[in-house]
Design a protein around this ligand. Sequence first.
Ligand SMILES: C[S@@+](CC[C@H](N)C(=O)[O-])C[C@H]1O[C@@H](n2cnc3c(N)ncnc32)[C@H](O)[C@@H]1O
Length: 207
Amino acid sequence: MDSMTFWDRTAARYAKSPIKNMEAYEHTMARTRSYLREGDHVLEIGAGTSSTAILLAPLVKRYTASDISAEMVAIGREKVWNAGLKNLDVVQAEADAETIGTPPYDAVLAYNLLHLLEDMNAGVTQAYAQLKPGGYFISKTVCLRGKWYLRPVIWAMQAVGKAPFVAFLSGTDVEHVIAGAGFELVETDTHPAGGISRFVVARKPDR
Ligand SMILES: C[S@@+](CC[C@H](N)C(=O)[O-])C[C@H]1O[C@@H](n2cnc3c(N)ncnc32)[C@H](O)[C@@H]1O
């Protein structure tokens, strides 16, 4: 099953699922907010049902939330409408699309996404291309490299359409890909310590 079909089928359930670790989510949001400015034009890739977009859009001038799944986008648009936010667009796009919305952006955000991309290099390279010089790429990525025992479980689930593509990354893998795309690493963190979520902030160098 391709990614789009998997996430379309999952969208309604995903929209209702609570955030698993609220303290870690709030920590990520606090770190993210520290890089955003009120005049910014922000792109989020793999935005799901736009919950994070709805939280962050009021802090900036313009925000584009994108996702590969038409169902995620439809739920996101309804939530944005209900929230009455006028500066937040929700668009359907693959993370490695050449153009999403109207670049260039001051920041590109990717939460819980990079490990789901079959070609993470392409996704990160396009994030770089869509940023202004000096712009930030902010990501949080599930890193399962050390959890080898999960592989057969995930393979079995994938065989019956119950799991999407998942790359078994380490935090170092993520950082190598981001640095390899041309970014300067600004901040890296695993929160909570010893967990599986690698937070990385990287900056596109000034010309
Ligand atoms: C685990 S959810 C994370 C959603 C949201 N960022 C969050 O943290 O709650 C992954 C999201 O990435 C989207 N996705 C998966 N592959 C994608 C791709 N190649 N391009 C864009 N979005 C993708 C899925 O549709 C899904 O909404």
